[in-house]
Each structure stands twice: as C-alpha cells, then as structure tokens.
Design a protein around this ligand. Structure first.
Ligand SMILES: C[S@@+](CC[C@H](N)C(=O)[O-])C[C@H]1O[C@@H](n2cnc3c(N)ncnc32)[C@H](O)[C@@H]1O
Length: 317
C-alpha cells in the first residue's frame, strides 16, 4: 500500500470512508427506478438508503429533489449511475447468455442487488466481494425485506487490497470454468499497484470464454476538476469528498495490460451509451466525468459471434 491510499480499513461498514459511496450509488439507483424513463430499476436500493443513518435523509425519488434534474448530484450524477447500472446489467446478462460462463464475480459489489434483480440463466453463481461491514449491512437490509436471490449467491467478505484469490476459490469459484467479472466504481479507489495486481488476478483466474468489465478514470490530474459542479454538490449536499477518497496517483494502463495478456478490449465513454440509449449525461464544461471510461474485455476463443459491448440484450427483463 502506498502513502496516498485512502484511509479505509477492512472492517468499515457503509457509515464512513469508501463504504458510504455504496449508499450514494444506491440512492442514485433508487431515484433512477422512479424516473418515468428509467434506464434500470432496483427496488432494493431505497431500502438500503433508508436503513443507514448516514443516508436516511437523502432523496430516493425524483420528486424529492427540490431542483430536480438541475441538481448536479441527484440529477446528472444520479443519472450517470443509472446509465452505468443499465450498461453493466446488459454486459453481465449478455455475457452469461451468449457463452458458457455461469460464474459471475462482482468485485467491490457494495449494495449492488443484481443477484436479486436480474433474470439469470439457470446454474449461475454470483460471488459478491466487498468489505465485511458493507456485506453485513447489505444482508441485514435484504433479510429485512425478505429478498430472494435469483441465482446462487456467495458473499465473500474481503479487503481487495490483500490477496483475495484464495478466498474466492475457497468459496467455490472454479478457475477452470469461464467466468464473468465486474469492477464497477472500484478501481479508482485503489492504489495503482493494487489495481494492477487485481487485474493480474482476474487474468490468472479466467479461462477462455471469460469476460470482464471495469470502470476507470483517465484524467491525468483529477484535481483539475475540483470545482466541477458534480464534486462540489456531492461534498456540499451529502458531505462526501470524492476527490479525497479517490487514489490520485497516476493510474496503470489496465486495458493495455489485458490486451498484452491476450484479451480483446474495447473502451467506451458513458456518453457513447447516452447517445445509444437516448438518455443519460452528455459532456459539459469542467466535467468530472470527462475521463470516465467503461472497458469491456473478453478472453479469446469464443469471441466470434458474440454481441459487441454496446449491443442491447434482448428479452432482458
Ligand atoms: C462506489 S461503491 C460501488 C459499489 C457497487 N459496485 C455499485 O456500483 O453499486 C465502491 C465499493 O467498493 C468497495 N471497496 C472499496 N475498496 C475496497 C477494498 N479495498 N476491498 C473491498 N471492497 C472495497 C466499497 O466498500 C464499496 O462498496
């Protein structure tokens, strides 16, 4: 770990540090769920927000935001998370439906309820890796609403800065079978060496026919956007200093790393998907989203004939 790594520990829950960002995404998904033109729906999201003292007063519906879509946090930023949720829902479903992979690994799963929301093919196992406190909170809330998973679900409490491969294989993950991986809203909180090691571990545990999607931020200097409405509104309205939580060291080239290891990669901006889906954030001046990229990678062999990363999943819900 480096000296500039965020000061989070392995036991924090959703009340502080990086854990509270899981609540931010949950609130965004709750709002998205109730938009008339929702890109994704997550009926569990508002239960998480209401259950945590840190977020109990946050909005969970568009009509609870006084300035509506003009609010940089609960308007544009929340819509960003709605778009991200939809795009990565589609990626996961497309990956398991178009190939042999039945193992899904959510790295930094947070309050992602995909194991409960999505229409998984039979035989799917969803491994959820996050810190113990976050997963404990998640279970408490989901148990409280008698939620039932739609795939086999295996929570794995772990600090992803340590070596986590043994915890995953010990929980039943089979590296000899194809797998689908997701690192959504995770890598930019980790020191560069940890990101590289995580990508190397995914590579080592992925056989042919596997797929991975992850999100990166490519801005050479994150602080150049410190006055962007998105960051300032998040700090002022809910007290989350995202720039203080992000690791600000130069990022590794994880896409290039994977390509060098034989993966096929494609890199898209969120705005590409806004245009494709007809709604979502578009570029603006001093844009904290300017460097965000969504990377889709597949490990060759069965790539031919697979749908591309931006193609919608038919019959998805
Ligand atoms: C912004 S949230 C995103 C959660 C989820 N992927 C989503 O999009 O809803 C970031 C998540 O990464 C987790 N995380 C960050 N650093 C971690 C670490 N070192 N080990 C395990 N989980 C970590 C946090 O606990 C949090 O749940």
């Amino acid at each position: 770990m480096t000296g500039t790594a965020p000061p989070h520990t392995g036991t924090e829950g959703v009340e502080g540090g990086i854990g509270v960002t899981a609540l931010l995404v949950a609130a965004a998904r709750a709002i998205e769920t109730h938009r008339h033109d929702a890109l994704a729906r997550d009926v569990y999201a508002e239960h998480f927000v209401r259950a945590a003292p840190a977020s109990a007063g946050w909005p969970v519906r568009p009509e609870q935001v006084a300035d509506g879509e003009a609010n940089p946090l609960w308007g544009r930023f929340a819509r960003y998370f709605g778009l991200r949720t939809r795009v990565l829902d589609d990626f996961l479903l497309r990956s398991v439906r178009s190939g042999d992979a039945r193992q899904v690994v959510l790295l930094g799963a947070g309050l992602d309820a995909r194991a409960y929301r999505l229409d998984w093919p039979s035989g799917c196992v969803v491994f959820e890796m996050d810190r113990e406190g976050v997963l404990a909170f998640k279970h408490r809330v989901l148990d409280g609403v008698s939620a039932a998973p739609r795939a086999a679900r295996v929570p794995i409490p772990v600090d992803l800065r340590a070596d986590w491969a043994g915890a995953l294989t010990g929980a039943g993950f089979d590296p000899a079978a194809p797998s689908v991986w997701l690192a959504e809203g995770l890598l930019f909180y980790l020191p560069p060496a940890t990101e590289s090691s995580l990508i190397g571990t995914v590579d080592r545990l992925s056989t042919e026919g596997s797929a991975l999607a992850f999100e990166v931020k490519l801005e050479p200097d994150l602080l150049a956007y410190r006055d962007s409405p998105l960051y300032t509104a998040t700090a002022e309205q809910i007290g989350i200093d995202l720039l203080g939580l992000f690791d600000r060291e130069p990022r590794p080239d994880s896409t290039g790393d994977l390509a060098g290891r034989g993966w096929s990669t494609s890199v898209l901006t969120p705005f590409d998907f806004t245009r494709r889906l007809g709604r979502g954030p578009l570029p603006e001046p001093n844009d904290a989203l300017a460097g965000n990229r969504w990377v889709f990678a597949t490990r060759a062999r069965e790539n031919r004939g697979r749908p591309g990363p931006g193609e919608p999943v038919r019959d998805r819900r």
